[in-house]
Design a protein around this ligand. Structure first.
Ligand code: GDD
Ligand code: MG
Length: 370
C-alpha cells in the first residue's frame, strides 16, 4: 500500500456500557489480552500501510496520550484532536478535516475484526465512489446501523438502530469506512453530527455513490461486557488471530496456553497469562482465563471464563468464573465472583462473600470521572 495513508480512529465515546471498567480507563485503552485495544488497532493499521492516525478523542484523552505518545514506538505518527464536548461521529471527522490530505480510513474505536484493510482500499479504487462501508451479517441487526445496497454494491439506505421488526436487512455497518475527503463537505461544522443518522442517509440520496463492502470476517464490537468476554474467548479459541504488534516488546514474558499440554502447573488451556503472574499451589487458571501482568492467584483459588487485568489478586480459596476484574482488584479469600460480574479498578471483594451474578462493583468511594 502506498505511503502517507491516513486513518481517523473515533475514540471519543464514554464507553457507558462498559462501566465500571471505563470509569478509570477509556474504552480504547481497555486491554485485549494485556494490550490496550487501541494499540492493537493501530498495529493493524500500520500493518496495512497506514502511517498516520488521527485520534478523535474527548473522554479521558490523557490516558490515551500517556500510553501511546506521538506513536513513534509503533512506527507511526499520531495526532490527537480533543473535543471539549462530544461532536458526534461525523462532527468528530469534520473537526479533524484540516489534517486530511486524501482518502482516509475511519474506524470506530471499539471494533475487533480480521478485515483486510488493503483489500478494502483496492475495492474503493475499483469502484471510484465517495467511499466504502464495511458490512457484516448478524442475526439481530437492531443494535446496529442497517445498510441496504443494490446488486452493484451501491448503498441505497442507511437506517441506524431500527426496531428489530423494521430492520430492512441483516447486513450492518461494521464501523470501518474508507472515505474521500469530499464526504467532509457534506458535514456541517460547529455542531453535533451523527454520521449514521445524518451524513450517510444524506449522501445515499445524493448523486455520487457510497459502496458496501460485505465480508465474512471475524467481527465483534467490544463495547459491552458480554462481548468483551466473548472476544477473549474467540481469541483463545483461535477464531481471531491477533495481528503482530507493531511494538513486540509489549509481549515480553507473556504466555499463550492453547493445546492440551499443561505447560504450567494449574493451568487448564486455553488460557493467557501476562508477565509475572503467580499461581500458588493448588490454584487453577482456565479454561478461558486471561490473567493480566503481575496478577496473583492464591492457594486453591480458581479463575475461569474470566478476564483479569493487571495486578488483580484472587486470594486463597476464592472463585472467579465468568467475570471481568479491572486493575488491582482484590478478591478476598473464599469469595465467589460469578457470571457476568464486572469489578472496577481497585475494588475489594470481602472474604467469603458470594457476589450475585451480573453485579457491577466499584471501589469506595465511587467517583465517576468525566
Ligand atoms: N470523537 C468522538 N466524538 N468519538 C465518538 C463520539 C463523539 O462524539 N461518539 C461516539 N464516538 C466513537 C466511540 O468512541 C466509538 O468508538 C465509535 O465512535 C462508535 O460509537 P458507539 O457509541 O460505540 O456506537 P455504537 O456501537 O452504538 O454504534 C456504532 O457502531 C456500530 C458497529 O459497532 C454505529 O456506527 C453503528 O452504525 C454500527 O453498526
Ligand atoms: Mg460501539
Amino acid at each position: 500500500m502506498e505511503g502517507c495513508l491516513q486513518a481517523v480512529v473515533l475514540v471519543g465515546g464514554e464507553g457507558t456500557r462498559l462501566r465500571p471498567l471505563t470509569y478509570g480507563t477509556p474504552k480504547p485503552m481497555v486491554p485485549i489480552c494485556g494490550v490496550p485495544f487501541l494499540e492493537r488497532t493501530l498495529s493493524r493499521l500500520k500493518y496495512a500501510g497506514v502511517d498516520e492516525a488521527i485520534l478523535a478523542a474527548g473522554y479521558l484523552p490523557a490516558a490515551i496520550r500517556h500510553h501511546l505518545g506521538d506513536g513513534s514506538r509503533l512506527g507511526m505518527r499520531l495526532t490527537y484532536v480533543i473535543e471539549d464536548e462530544p461532536l458526534g461521529t461525523a462532527g468528530a471527522l469534520k473537526n479533524v478535516a484540516d489534517h486530511i490530505r486524501g482518502p482516509f480510513f475511519v474506524l470506530n474505536g471499539d471494533v475487533l475484526t480480521s478485515l483486510d484493510l488493503s483489500a478494502m482500499l483496492a475495492y474503493h479504487r475499483e469502484k471510484g465512489g465517495l467511499g466504502v462501508l464495511h458490512l457484516i451479517r448478524v442475526e439481530d441487526p437492531s443494535a446496529f446501523g442497517c445498510v441496504v445496497h443494490d446488486a452493484d454494491g451501491r448503498v441505497t439506505a442507511f437506517v441506524e438502530k431500527p426496531p428489530r421488526a423494521e430492520a430492512p436487512t441483516d447486513e450492518i455497518n461494521a464501523g470501518t469506512y474508507l472515505l474521500e475527503p469530499a464526504v467532509l463537505d457534506a458535514v456541517p461544522a460547529g455542531r453535533i453530527v451523527s454520521i449514521e443518522r445524518e451524513t450517510f442517509p444524506q449522501l445515499v440520496a445524493g448523486p455520487i455513490p457510497l459502496y458496501a463492502y460485505t465480508t465474512e470476517d471475524y467481527w465483534i464490537d467490544i463495547g459491552r461486557p458480554e462481548h468483551y468476554l466473548q472476544a477473549h474467548r474467540d481469541i483463545l479459541d483461535g477464531r481471531l488471530r491477533l495481528e503482530p504488534l507493531a511494538d513486540p516488546q509489549a509481549h515480553r514474558g507473556r504466555m499463550w496456553l492453547r493445546g492440551d499440554l499443561d505447560l504450567q502447573q494449574g493451568v487448564q488451556p486455553p488460557a493467557y497469562l501476562g508477565d509475572d503472574v503467580e499461581l500458588a499451589p493448588g490454584a487453577t487458571v482456565g479454561p478461558y482465563a486471561v490473567v493480566g501482568d503481575h496478577a496473583r492467584v492464591g492457594v486453591e483459588a480458581s479463575v475461569s471464563n474470566s478476564v483479569l487485568w493487571a495486578g488483580a489478586v484472587v486470594e486463597a480459596g476464592a472463585r472467579v468464573d465468568g467475570a471481568i476484574l479491572a486493575n488491582n482488584v482484590r478478591v478476598g479469600h473464599g469469595a465467589n465472583v460469578l457470571t457476568g460480574t464486572v469489578v472496577g479498578h481497585d475494588a475489594q471483594i470481602e472474604a467469603d462473600v458470594v457476589v450475585p451474578p451480573h453485579s457491577r462493583i466499584v471501589a469506595e468511594p465511587a467517583v465517576a470521572q468525566t
